[in-house]
Write a protein that binds this ligand. Structure first.
Ligand code: AMP
Ligand code: ZN
Length: 115
């Protein structure tokens, strides 16, 4: 079982900030921003490459969860980033689909991470 499935099954711990019937949201263990959360579907889908047509509603919901979390964290007006890494070369290390939500930078810090 993959690490994120273990977190979903409570076999591994995580700092969970939100959950509903289909998603878990927890803090990234190695945050790359003052606020760095992972939005994780409970269903094991290895990556965007593995999506099926029947997942389209779930993926839509994943972004609605991101919107809710951003608002809860007070980021909706300031701005935030949503990132999905697909495959090893893009930096995907956990083969269980997840959406990174990053934000909370100071103004000067934000410029540094701008592409
Ligand atoms: P990715 O590189 O897109 O696969 O993202 C995986 C993320 O999971 C990385 O940012 C890791 O820091 C994070 N991570 C790894 N293990 C844990 C864990 N046990 N709890 C929370 N986040 C984790
Ligand atoms: Zn999994």
């Amino acid at each position: 079982m993959c690490l994120f499935c273990k977190i979903v099954n409570k076999e591994s711990s995580a700092d969970i900030v939100y959950k509903n019937d289909k998603f878990l949201v927890f803090k990234d263990i190695q945050p790359k921003a003052p606020i760095h959360l992972l939005i994780v579907p409970k269903k094991h889908i290895p990556s965007i490459n593995h999506l099926n047509l029947q997942d389209k509603e779930l993926i839509g919901e994943m972004f609605l969860v991101a919107q809710t979390i951003a608002k809860n964290q007070g980021l909706n007006k300031k701005g935030y980033r949503l990132i999905i890494n697909v495959g090893k070369e893009a930096g995907q290390i956990i083969d269980h689909l997840h959406l990174h939500l990053l934000g909370g930078w100071e103004r000067s810090e934000k410029l540094k991470v701008k592409n």
